[in-house]
Design a protein around this ligand. Sequence first.
Ligand code: 13P
Ligand code: SF4
Length: 384
Amino acid sequence: MNGLLLEEAPIQAAGEACLLDHYLAMPDDSMDARIAAAREKLGADAVVLGHHYQRDEVIRFADFSGDSYKLSKAAAETNAKYMVFCGVHFMAETADILARPWQQVILPDLNAGCSMADMAEIGQVEDCWESLERMGATGGVGIIPLTYMNSAANIKAFCGERGGLVCTSSNARAAFEWASARAGKILFLPDQHLGRNTAFAMGIPLNEMVVWDPYQINGGVAPERLRAAKVILWKGHCSVHQRFLPEHVDRVRREEPGMQVVVHPECRWEVCQKADALGSTERIIDLIERAPEGSSFAVGTEIHLVNRLEKRFGPLGKRVITLDESGCLCTTMYRISPQHLAWTLENLVEGRVVNRIKVDEGVKRWARVALDRMLEIGVMEKRA
Ligand code: 13P
Ligand code: SF4
């Protein structure tokens, strides 16, 4: 079918909900005009937030684009009634926790989750904490639970209630230093790689870190090792970033002399050790932006961002390629399509809120404490 005909087809009779299926049958490029028109009608009532991994057809409509930290700040500061979050579930939950009571958060596709966030469930984390207490691993020097932003709201609340906080990849170092100043031990959830990379950069040797596997008795770690460890890393990872391997860096070094390797700290420790720089998505962009003409970069992060960097900086005389030639895609971020965005916005125009993300009030209270602590420490990015 041709896009024009579809555009002209009525997708909604007066008073009826706009049906998502109708939108999904239409081509991407037929969504642009509809999204723009709906945005115009909604004016200052709605704000579109977009993570850097979103596709071009979606991110171009974002009022604010950024990494997780920047987006959470934007969510805390906006006065818009509706926040349409083009990102994944934990990001929309965070926006709802930071929102004021009269604001509503929408996730255009409820299937846009994060496999890493799903690797730590609250029951498992509570069991882990109980085991640590039973084994005396929390006593003496004290322990602070710290969670990566990429976790469910109830995990954030768990940390807030026990004196801990949330961090993102742009302030993990600051959060680790904050926690280290208050306790002798850190339980870091759920990304073992970000935790290991950050702790190692602070001078904590690998043999003072243990990995807690929630599917094994006592996390699969001997009690004496748990008692001696400075950092307990949850056994979680990002399936996108874990695909970057040390041999990819070796190949770039061999085939592209002079090229800088920049990776996200969700990559394995072995990859980060070989890289020239690490950083959140925002920092990666900033690094390339500030580099002189003629610089070249192999970037280890999600492919939509890498492709966008290539397009943006190529004409400015900077070369950007992906570290892994096969390109790592975050399939859940990809779920937010222009069709989903048009659907949510046109429903809003009609006064209907679809796909609202609403965190339970009890969970919100402590999750907010953990997020406020994060916002207080701000961003302090060093070479992790
Ligand atoms: P950033 O905070 O660096 O944007 O990372 C978010 C994320 O999910 C990376 O996988
Ligand atoms: Fe989650 Fe990884 Fe996707 Fe980030 S890139 S949202 S950590 S699955």
